[in-house]
Design a protein around this ligand. Structure first.
Ligand code: PSV
Ligand code: MN
Length: 387
């Protein structure tokens, strides 16, 4: 008998994780972006690659776009996605690669530059109407490098005004999710550095404004699962950008650096009613600088599934009893017993029973898809984040 009960398998069957289109393009560090044979040249090829991950795992039915990196005829792109068996998901705005935004975008002192940044978001909302996307995700590269350089209070006030204008332009079934990040590219102050600031800003906008929690955007040692708990408690956790960090915003494969942290986060998602809750989007925000990109994404969704299965294994009754009894080590053991359970054989068996490969990583290698794209995608400009 499987160590995963039918009830747990049913819960796992509903899991979906959105992939970032940019994970399939070239990426790197500020030192070098490496090209790779077979890298997509346009959003259509990115979608085709993302669809492989869904075909192999059944876990990744949607793909997030980044504007303007993924500019296309969006009707055609949505049709292509549908033909490939996936859909278009969150639209990410980009106000971090234009010279005008050197000193800010939505917070800029100059009303004309703020207007330009707002208009970019209105254009993103137009894209959302064409793609059928629900969420507009905003991450701002805004802040200052030296004490005294900027009027932090004024910037916060302008940020509110700009966000309100964008929020008011959303359709009734669309949402704004505001992502925070503690530093980089600004090194002294950042305008949306933490969940509290994001929460304060989105709370002032309205019900359909939520916080996006990128797991890589916290200082070392931060108890991220506490933030997850708090945002769920406040009804403001809109989405995750999953990835791993060792040092800063490394964007490595989720669950690679600290699987136990991913387990703890997912446990709190389940505890707080955020699992299989359409209000909380599970997304990846990763780059694959040196590893195969399709395999990197496949590994990532499998890692999320594995830690979800383990988190669902926590014996909640026993845990609660130990907590109420003040049994510190007993409670911890219940928690750790679930974490240490190897669910991989049970998941492989279950995958096969549903018509997916037991080992999606090996199945990709054997599929010949990689050789095919390396042969076919010759010439043109490989997609990249353009850094
Ligand atoms: C910023 O570091 C970020 O996490 C934001 O989500 C961006 O949209 C994404 O990375 C891609 O650059
Ligand atoms: Mn992110």
């Amino acid at each position: 008998m499987s160590i995963l009960s039918q009830e747990i398998l049913d819960q796992l069957a509903g899991q979906s994780i959105e992939l970032p289109s940019w994970a399939f393009g070239n990426s790197g560090t500020r030192f070098k972006v490496f090209g790779t044979p077979g890298t997509p040249r346009d959003p259509f090829e990115k979608i085709s690659d993302a669809a492989q991950v869904h075909r192999l795992t059944g876990l990744a039915p949607a793909v997030a776009l980044h504007i303007p990196w993924d500019m296309a005829d969006f009707g055609d792109l949505a049709k292509h996605a549908e033909d490939e068996g996936v859909s278009l998901g969150t639209i990410n705005s980009n106000t971090f690669q234009d010279d005008d935004y050197k000193f800010g975008a939505l917070t800029h002192e100059d009303a004309a530059i703020r207007r330009k940044a707002i208009d970019h978001h209105l254009a993103c909302i137009d894209v959302m109407h064409q793609t059928g996307s629900r969420d507009l995700k905003i991450w701002l590269a805004e802040g200052s490098n030296y004490p005294g350089q900027a009027d932090m209070r004024g910037r916060q006030d302008r940020l509110h005004d700009s966000l309100q204008t964008i929020y008011d332009a959303l359709g009734d079934d669309q949402r704004l999710v505001l992502e925070y990040k503690f530093f980089e590219p600004a090194f002294y102050h950042t305008d949306v550095p933490d969940w509290g600031t994001s929460f304060a800003q989105v709370s002032a906008l309205g019900e359909r404004a939520m916080v996006c929690l990128d797991t890589g955007h916290h200082a070392p040692g931060t108890n991220i699962e506490f933030i997850v708990m708090q945002l769920l408690r406040l009804g403001k956790l809109g989405s995750f950008d999953f990835n791993s960090r060792f040092y800063a915003d490394d964007d490595l494969i989720v669950g690679a650096a600290d699987p136990f942290q991913l387990f703890r986060i997912i446990f709190e998602v389940i505890r707080g009613g955020g699992y299989l809750n359409p209000d909380v989007a599970f997304m990846l925000d990763q780059c694959h600088n040196v590893e195969n990109k399709i395999l990197g994404q496949t590994r990532s969704v499998l890692n999320v599934q594995e830690m979800t299965a383990r988190a669902l294994l926590v014996d909640l009754e026993a845990l609660r009893k130990a907590q109420l009894d003040g049994d510190v080590l007993g409670a911890n053991q219940v928690f750790m017993d679930a974490f240490y359970t190897d669910v991989r054989p049970a998941l492989a068996e279950w995958r096969e029973s549903r018509g997916f490969p037991a080992d999606p990583m090996a199945a990709y290698v054997a599929s010949g898809y990689q050789q095919k794209i390396e042969q076919e995608r010759v010439g043109g400009q490989q997609a990249s984040w353009g850094a």
